[in-house]
Write a protein that binds this ligand. Structure first.
Ligand code: MG
Length: 376
């Protein structure tokens, strides 16, 4: 049987520059015969995630999340991907189906031409970052499998250095918040949503149950920088580690003012979607929450992690409500991040993949090649 990994390694030499050179080694069979051109086969199907609890953030509440599941097949090997589309991203089953029907991967015969393939995907339309990520993740899964390596290995990260994940507590009444805090006992860090006018009540409810470290996510809910600074001092006293997106993403000057004075790091989420946003805004924030669905997938997320580290920012890897497919893809970057918010698959009732696990609160990667997932 033709082992794609062995054939690939036998025919290829990686240089430290990242260039791939196909060599003509003696006795090496060509990867494919010239007159039988294998191409990439792409497919997608819609799916709806059912959330365990109604999820409330500063802007809205919901109980389902639409996702699109993708597959790229090459020489009998399948790579899996996913687009998760919470309402604020502006994508839906309809927009993703429209975008993904335009994807023509049959023009490519080499899955390792990832730069060409993903630049082509990005060029199809301006937005659709989640739909783009679904192709990117499937391609990473496929190429990792063809190489017989996990992506944390390919990137050179140490799987033992993964952070603990936070577990999210949505905005609710004190009794429900206390109950959710009790249910979150397996997790070592909690992420508390604020920004709906009951900020101190939310934190006091959590603190009546636990003294674990807390992240705070305001989802752009505060409109006044003086209030934000007062809250930063109060939250520091309450054992909070950082504040995510305290004010609307357009209030960059006020956020830079807050970052310069805040006793807690100020982390960008909604304000920074892609690498180009990070390049513009890195002076206004202390750190960034990188998510595959915002930035078109693993390729750009990896560049953002490396850029943020190079300019001295704190780095968090986050997710949407997602199956274990997209969450596992993101988890491969977590050894290079200070913080992880990878609870997306724990918040749903109908996960259809087995992948990375949260064990003792810690992101735990497996050694399966690609993104390390198996469909249930
Ligand atoms: Mg956030």
């Amino acid at each position: 049987m033709n082992n794609p990994r062995r054939t690939f390694l036998k025919n290829s030499i990686f240089l430290s520059s990242g260039l791939l050179i196909v060599s003509k080694l003696p006795n090496s069979a060509p990867v494919m015969s010239k007159n039988k051109r294998t191409t990439l086969k792409f497919s997608f199907k819609p799916y709806t995630l059912e959330l365990k609890h109604v999820f409330t953030v500063a802007a809205n509440s919901r109980s389902t999340t639409p996702v699109m599941l993708t597959e790229i097949e090459y020489e009998g090997i399948k790579g899996y991907g996913e687009a998760s589309m919470p309402p604020y991203l502006g994508e839906s089953h309809e927009t993703a189906a429209k975008f993904l029907s335009k994807v023509n991967l049959s023009q490519f015969s080499d899955p390792f031409q990832m730069d060409d393939i993903l630049t082509y995907i990005d060029s199809i339309d301006t937005y659709n970052t989640a739909a783009k990520a679904s192709v990117d993740i499937a391609l990473h899964d496929l190429t990792g499998k063809l190489l017989g390596k996990t992506w944390y290995q390919i990137w050179g990260y140490d799987a033992s250095k993964t952070p603990n994940t936070s577990f999210t507590i949505g905005i609710d009444s004190p009794d429900v918040v206390k109950l959710k805090t009790q249910e979150a006992s397996p997790y070592k860090i909690l992420k508390v949503k604020l920004g709906k006018g009951n900020d101190k009540e939310m934190i006091d409810s959590v603190r009546s149950i636990t003294d674990k470290p807390l992240f705070v996510d305001v989802n752009q809910g505060w409109k006044d920088r003086e209030y934000a600074l007062d809250m930063a001092h109060w939250l520091k006293e309450k054992g909070v580690i950082f504040i995510e997106q305290p004010m609307p993403k357009g209030m960059t000057d006020d956020i830079a003012w807050l970052t310069a004075r805040s006793p807690l790091p100020i982390i960008a989420d909604e304000a920074v979607q892609r690498l180009s946003d990070l390049a513009k805004l890195h002076d206004a924030y202390s750190g960034v929450n990188i998510k595959l669905m915002k930035c078109t997938g693993m390729r750009e997320a990896h560049k953002m992690v490396e850029f943020a580290r190079a300019v001295g920012m704190k780095v968090m890897i986050g997710c949407m409500t997602e199956t274990s497919c997209a969450v596992s893809a993101a988890a491969h970057l977590s050894p290079a991040c200070d913080f992880a918010d990878l609870d997306g698959s724990l918040l749903i009732k109908n996960d259809i993949f087995d992948g990375m696990k949260i064990i003792g609160g810690k992101v735990t990667l497996n050694e399966k090649p690609g993104i390390g997932v198996v469909p249930n």
